[in-house]
Design a binder for this molecule. Structure first.
Ligand code: PLI
Length: 461
């Protein structure tokens, strides 16, 4: 037997390729300046390895592409909708489905239907679009994630867990009638792609039942969460991903979904619930904002691809390679002493900009600067997840100062090979060695909503 670790490989082979453009440092410096030091404003043709997001950037399988040809583009009652509905029931367990064009559209509908002015919505850390829709509907988001989630060096295996005492505290303070639902995500994107344990979700269910509260799941990466439960939680090693996913969802009353992540599609989402009355309201509202309730802003072919994506994403070999690829990248950085959020998350590795650029204070936007510098040095595109993403306080208008000041390197599903990961890791390590030269940034343009997408910056001298 060889004396090295048994290797694993991506469980697919490549049938179609898309060439990558290699550019010079001078070219990228110019492009970054033009983009106002915001990686969202770069053109993707100028990017070498694109780790901006895992959202909609998936490579679909031949099975999904074949399904695209079976799109039933009827305005009403498309057969692809019924297939999707069957698969949502079978794999996620929810009774009623309302398709939407993507995740934030599902959040929009759910928030509008469930939240009233003056309500409070507890959640295991905010997500940008989720919180904004809750706020636009008149609610106030309250973070109830465990404290370890805000500590990038904590090795807690389930940093996505809800702190039940924080939820109890909120119920005591505002009363259960001011809480339309508890919003739970697994995995938790902004915490570093960290999972929630089944034990924690079960305990939360008990607490919610005691107070007559609903739990709404952000199931966008619930399959990745299921992989972590199987890998880390006692009693789950011999259960299938399908079994774990069903059990997890059964502890909630419904979900919002961005199909652009776990479900391996380039566009699509849905909201799914068990309560018939709530379904009725959602189905009524979807026709206002998205389209008829049997397409919700999607083409028939998109629903077909998503239905097939559900079947593929629960495959153990797929989800293992997906999460292990991320872990592999994280381990390379750790071995080189680069500060990252630990343990590695499900979809991304998050650089800890507070430790990476120790000399840049948070109000000089160290994570934004780090993402810009990484692009200039290497052509690798990442994303800020710190003070810029956290936006301003809805009442005072002051900047929110999140404890986590991160740069996210996010891995599209089935797109890059281990060699791409090696190249990207090498560049991060190289930048870490030169970190002392880095300078901060300041805003020169700040949009009102979700400012990180379109803001522009200038270098500080
Ligand atoms: O990008 P959407 O509208 O399909 O989905 C919004 C959304 C909801 N929940 C979670 C946990 C997300 O991660 C999410 C979108 N995430 C993006 C775009 C990302 O880059 O992480």
């Amino acid at each position: 037997m060889p004396n090295y670790r048994k290797p694993w490989a991506e469980p697919y082979k490549i049938k179609v390729v898309e060439p990558l453009k290699v550019t010079t440092r001078e070219y990228r410096e110019e492009k970054m300046k033009e983009a106002g030091y915001n990686t969202f404003l770069l053109r993707s043709v100028d990017v070498y390895i694109d780790l901006l997001t895992d959202s909609g950037t998936t490579a679909m399988s031949d099975y999904q592409w074949a399904g695209m040809m079976l799109g039933d583009e009827a305005y009403a009652g498309s057969k692809n909708f019924y297939y999707l509905e069957d698969n949502v029931k079978k794999y996620y367990g929810y009774k009623y489905l309302v398709p939407t064009h993507q995740g934030r559209a599902a959040e929009h509908l759910l928030s509008k239907v469930m939240i009233k002015q003056g309500d409070y919505v507890p959640g295991n850390m905010y997500f940008t679009t989720t919180r904004l829709h809750q706020e636009l509907a008149g609610g106030t988001f309250v973070d109830v994630i465990i404290d370890e989630a805000h500590d990038p060096s904590s090795h807690h295996p389930f940093k996505g867990n809800v702190d039940l005492q924080k939820v109890e505290g909120l119920i005591k303070k505002v009363g259960a009638n001011k809480i339309p639902y508890i919003c739970v995500a697994g995995t938790v994107n902004m915490a570093g792609g960290q999972p929630q344990s089944m034990e924690n979700m079960k305990a939360l269910r008990k607490l919610a039942d005691k107070h007559g509260l609903k739990i709404m799941l952000d199931a966008t990466r619930a399959v990745e969460n299921a992989y972590f439960v199987k890998d880390r939680e006692a009693g789950y090693a011999n259960k299938t991903i399908e079994e774990i996913l069903l059990e997890y969802c059964s502890l909630s009353d419904g979900c919002t979904m961005s199909g652009k992540k776990d479900l391996l599609v380039n566009i699509g989402g849905f909201v799914a619930v068990n309560d018939e009355h709530l379904f009725d309201e959602l189905r009524n509202l979807v026709v206002v904002y998205e389209g008829l309730h049997t397409y919700g802003g999607l083409a028939g072919r998109d629903m077909e691809a998503m239905a097939r994506g559900i079947e593929e994403c629960v495959n153990y070999d797929h989800i293992r390679s997906r999460v292990e690829q991320v872990r592999y990248f994280g381990q390379k950085l750790l071995d080189a002493g680069v500060p990252i959020v630990e343990p590695a998350g499900g979809h991304a590795i998050f650089l800890d900009a507070k430790r990476f650029y120790e000399h840049i204070p948070q109000d000089q936007l160290p994570a934004q600067a780090l993402a810009a510098d990484l692009y200039i040095e290497s052509g690798v595109r990442a994303m800020e997840r710190g003070i810029v993403s956290a936006g301003r306080n809805k009442e005072t208008g002051e900047n929110n100062f999140p404890k986590l000041e991160l740069v996210r390197l996010t891995f599209p599903r089935r797109v890059y090979t281990q060699a791409h990961l090696d190249v990207a890791a090498w560049h991060v390590e190289d930048l870490f060695e030169k970190r002392h030269k880095a300078k901060g940034l300041k805003f020169i343009y700040e949009p009102q909503y979700l400012r990180f997408f379109q803001a522009k910056f200038e270098r500080l001298d």
